[in-house]
Ligand binder design. Structure first.
Ligand code: SAT
Ligand code: MN
Length: 586
């Protein structure tokens, strides 16, 4: 129950629509969580994993047809289609309500309706924002409890008079034909039905903290971004912070928890967040970032002590695993985990593992775990004011074209580099894997308004402060002629991060090219790395002819935004084209 009349009225209205058997207001307590877990164990929604090796850990197997975000069923509902832009599926709000409201009629009959007040951002942060998710899924409540700050304190924040986003969620009948994720930015409302999975159902995450928040951020002059946040502490004890945008399942969690290689003795990486950053220009002219989330919802396959030891040491207790495989003695297992593949495995659908059925764990299998359990969790991870950002890094998954790293010439060019990002698709969304698509700022699935207006908003920061972060672009995924990754990645990405920070301090060299400042091999600390000179040169090379084609494709993509494309980006296209031509003529 609540003292907030608006919230009380909305919950009443939702109950009248969905007809739950009972209503439970969630306080976020341990006792409440324990009873939800017991309920799910009894109903078979959760399986207790080996309590000796994985205390308080559980496995959830989702419906096999409900394993990833569904971008084609995700809509932004604004009065004017142009405001949602070609980057979103659009419906007019009245039309969207007519489509989705009837699906909620009586959908919670015989079920409990959970009312989950939540806060995105640290308690006491001026940048934190509240929401209330109403859901019929105890799995969603248990995950929201890890990913956000739920319960009494969040409700108090709302009752103190702060605005809140309303999120109505029901698993419905899980029929993909009746699955929709609808956003109504003008109503601060999200309606999601037919999926119990991650970004479709944990409404505080992508729906609120990115789609709704990005639209709010534009109106209010800040940025809500699909970025990890990390701190890098030098041997002298000075910590600088970097925010980095990569598409889903491209290594954000690994970079956020990086362990530097032996050649970087005395350096330490601190994790602030692995997925979302809310950034505000503070009075000191710097961009300060908070992580609105409280947990990690990371991709399990490929995670190991070799690729991400901090993550492996975060897992293993108080975690919910979704769609992983299990060993005979009920330990979680996935492709790429340490050790030999056990002879006997139960796959993610609960069947004895047969390689003919595909991998044992679903490629988008996930873990949900509290950030505070991470050994590298930053002492500033809950700081109300956030952390000051020295560098912004954009990165895609490109087998060719994009070099290992470059620095943008200035802020506007950096916005261009982000807007021009492209990446090969991954298993985080349903659809074909490995297709190159434009994914500006890694926000293609998450920007809640027209990308043209979004880029104009980004460009606008250029005149608001002289102390903005420098902008970089990286690509860990370049392949050689045999299709093998050239760069070792993971901990060795520290070598690139060190160059980035040295550039911010004016202490590292680079060559100016048409696409930005690129290091020479000698500018990077590469000792101890088993890479020949030719490979490094390939990684850092920029082929002007290939880039001419790339810029043509970028220009074509930009043109799809018509008159909403800001002049600042047209200017960048023209400048780069001229510079490439001059280089080829020389
Ligand atoms: O399922 S989520 O959207 O939360 C994960 C992701 O795709 O980044
Ligand atoms: Mn993400």
């Amino acid at each position: 129950m609540t003292k907030n009349a608006e919230l009380a009225a909305w919950v009443e209205q939702v109950a009248a629509l969905t007809q739950p058997e009972r209503i439970q207001w969630c306080d976020g307590s341990d006792a409440e969580n324990a009873s939800l877990i017991d309920l799910m164990l009894a109903q078979g929604d959760l399986l207790r994993l080996n309590p000796e090796t994985h205390p308080n850990c559980f496995l959830h197997r989702s419906d096999p047809k409900d394993v990833a975000r569904v971008e084609h069923l995700t809509f932004v509902c604004t009065e004017d289609a142009e405001d949602a832009g070609p980057n979103n599926n659009w419906l007019a709000p009245a039309e969207a309500h007519a489509k989705v409201d009837p699906l909620f009629e009586g959908c919670m009959r015989g079920r409990t309706m959970y009312v989950v007040p939540y806060l995105m951002g640290p308690y006491g942060s001026p940048y934190a924002r509240a929401g209330v998710e109403v859901t019929d899924s105890p799995y969603v409540v248990a995950n929201m409890r890890i990913m956000a700050r739920i319960g009494t304190r969040a409700l108090e924040h709302i009752e103190a008079g702060n605005s809140f986003v309303r999120g109505l969620h029901s698993t419905g009948d899980l029929d993909p034909e009746r699955r929709f994720i609808m956003h109504f930015p003008d109503e601060l409302l999200i309606m999601s039905i037919g999926s119990g999975y991650g970004g479709n159902a944990l409404l505080g995450k992508k729906c609120h903290a990115l789609r709704i928040a990005s639209a709010q951020a534009r109106r209010e002059g800040w940025l809500a971004e699909h970025m990890l946040i990390l701190g890098i502490e030098s041997p002298a004890g000075e910590t600088r912070y970097i925010a980095a945008a990569f598409p889903s399942a491209c290594g954000k969690t690994n970079l956020a928890m990086l362990v530097p290689p032996a050649e970087f003795a005395g350096w330490k990486v601190w994790t602030v967040g692995d997925d979302i950053a809310w950034m505000h220009l503070a009075e000191d002219g710097q961009l300060w970032a908070i992580n609105p989330e409280a947990g990690f919802f990371g991709v399990a396959p490929g995670t190991s002590l070799k690729t991400n030891p901090n993550c492996m040491n975060t897992l293993g207790r108080n975690a919910i695993y979704t769609n992983v495989a299990v060993t005979e003695d009920l330990q979680p297992w996935w492709e790429g985990i340490d050790g030999d593949k056990p002879a006997v495995l139960i796959d993610w659908q609960g069947r004895p593992h047969d390689p003919d059925n595909g991998p044992a764990a679903h490629p988008n299998a996930r873990f949900t775990v509290a950030a505070s359990q991470c050994p590298s969790f930053s002492p500033q991870g809950e700081a109300p004011q956030g952390v000051p950002i020295s560098a912004i890094v954009f990165g895609g998954r490109r087998s060719s074209v994009a070099p290992l790293v470059f620095e943008a010439l200035d802020w506007s060019h950096g916005v261009f580099a982000g807007a021009a990002m492209a990446s090969e698709t991954t298993a985080a969304a349903t659809g074909k894997v490995g297709q190159v698509r434009r994914d500006p700022m890694a926000m293609k699935p998450f920007c809640g308004y027209n990308f043209g207006d979004y880029w104009a908003h980004w460009l606008g920061f250029g005149t608001r402060s002289a102390k903005l972060p420098r902008i970089f672009h990286v690509n860990w995924f370049r392949k050689d002629a045999d299709g093998k990754f050239i760069w070792p990645g993971f901990g060795d990405n520290m070598r690139v991060m060190a160059w980035i920070l040295a550039r911010c301090d004016g202490k590292a060299e680079a060559i100016k090219t048409p696409i930005g400042f690129v290091p020479e091999p000698s500018d990077l600390k590469l000792d101890g790395l088993d890479l020949d000179r030719k490979a490094i040169q390939d990684l850092l090379s920029i082929d002007p002819q290939v880039w001419q084609q790339e810029v043509d494709q970028i220009e074509e993509y930009f043109a799809s935004f018509g008159s909403r494309l800001p002049q600042g980006l047209r200017d960048q296209v023209a400048r780069i084209k001229a510079a490439l031509e001059a280089q080829l003529a020389a």
